[in-house]
Write a protein that binds this ligand. Structure first.
Ligand SMILES: [Zn+2]
Length: 239
């Protein structure tokens, strides 16, 4: 039997929502657990994109979208990575919206109760992304989320990476797709809002286990008082 594929999730979305933006895990350590994934950076400074074992940061706060490679010593407050292994691979030969492609992808799932890794390389007629802007813990995530810079590029080639989460794990992660994009030339990227794909290769990977890690030495996390009702509302609003 082949080795179990573990989705490595560092920290929780709830902690992020509650304002715990400080990075506590290095990117170097994160990359030991997977080669594809998503996340954010210290002080929620943009979107983390993990593609083919490398980590990139997409930012857009200064009015210009930028992408830079992240060095191994940079710390992240939240990320999810997986050693992606395509189980279903198909070619999308004609244009589709993100909603249509999502339906096609889901038609290959065995039920709806397992996480999946998603990788889509292709050419996009439209790619609409956003980037969470750097912030301090005194501003709530839901509030920061209302003023995220958004950018749209047309006719762009690149890769979408991310995770699909089953409904019953909503809260631990966001139910449904959490996808980030990076262009082939590494100049444009971010958290995927919507897109139109012209054509591309879609890969769906299995996840056998969830390896949920916690910032066990972070006093802020340990003694944080979470208002669960408020957190649930904030997750609905922000994601
Ligand atoms: Zn995201």
């Amino acid at each position: 039997m082949s080795e179990a594929i573990k989705l490595f999730q560092y920290n929780t979305l709830s902690a992020l929502m509650a304002g715990l933006y400080g990075g506590t895990l290095t990117v170097g350590e994160l990359l030991e657990h997977g080669d594809l994934g998503i996340g954010t950076l210290d002080s929620i400074d943009g979107e983390l994109i993990v593609l083919d074992g490398k980590a990139y940061q997409a930012k857009g706060s200064d009015g210009v979208p930028t992408v830079v490679e992240v060095s191994p010593d940079v710390k992240v407050p939240y990320a999810a990575v997986v050693p992606h292994q395509a189980e279903v691979i198909f070619r999308q030969r004609y244009a589709m919206t993100d909603k249509e492609l999502a339906e096609r992808i889901e038609s290959y799932y065995d039920g709806v109760n397992l996480f999946r890794s998603i990788k889509i390389h292709g050419h996009f007629a439209k790619m609409h992304v956003r980037m969470i802007p750097r912030s301090t813990p005194d501003t709530k995530f839901a509030e920061v989320a209302t003023r995220q810079p958004e950018y749209t590029q047309e006719n762009i080639s690149g890769t979408i990476v991310g995770i699909w989460t089953p409904e019953m794990f909503h809260g631990v992660s966001v139910a449904g797709y959490h996808l980030h994009f990076i262009s082939d030339d590494h100049t444009f990227g971010g958290h995927v809002m919507d897109y139109i794909i012209d054509e591309g290769i879609v890969e769906v990977g299995p996840v056998d286990q969830l390896d949920q890690r916690f910032p066990v030495q972070d006093r802020k996390y340990l003694f944080a008082k979470f208002n669960m009702n408020e957190l649930k509302e904030d997750i609905e609003k922000s994601e």
